[in-house]
Design a protein around this ligand. Sequence first.
Ligand code: ZN
Length: 140
Amino acid sequence: MIKYKLICKDCNNVFDSWFSNSKEYEKLKKKKYLNCHICESTRVEKTLMAPNVLNTSGFKDEEVNKIKEIKFKLREFKKFIKNNFKYVGEKFAYEARSIHYDPKKKKKPIYGKASRKQIEELKQEGIKTEVFPWIEDKEN
Ligand SMILES: [Zn+2]
């Protein structure tokens, strides 16, 4: 089974649909069996959101299992971060500094986005950061 995110060209409705394989999708589309749940338009197409993929064909089964295990751990890790850290988004460098330089401010854990340059600058100022991989929930 394969899941596609489909978009309706008429009303921009985005929805998930399952197919047994990519050929089935093409077949249904050609026969105009694919339609939007909202406006019933048949101008429905796959969204071009490209997932990150690994070619694991060179790996042995146990190595593929190891990858799955790591992905599972990453997901656990993400859950831990979400539960224990506050998300500050692009303001990460700013927030990290304000926590670091304001002694009255509570040292609360935060996470967010920063460029390599910002991370390097924070490091030079003695602010500890960790960079970690982020895995999307929807990935298998
Ligand atoms: Zn529609």
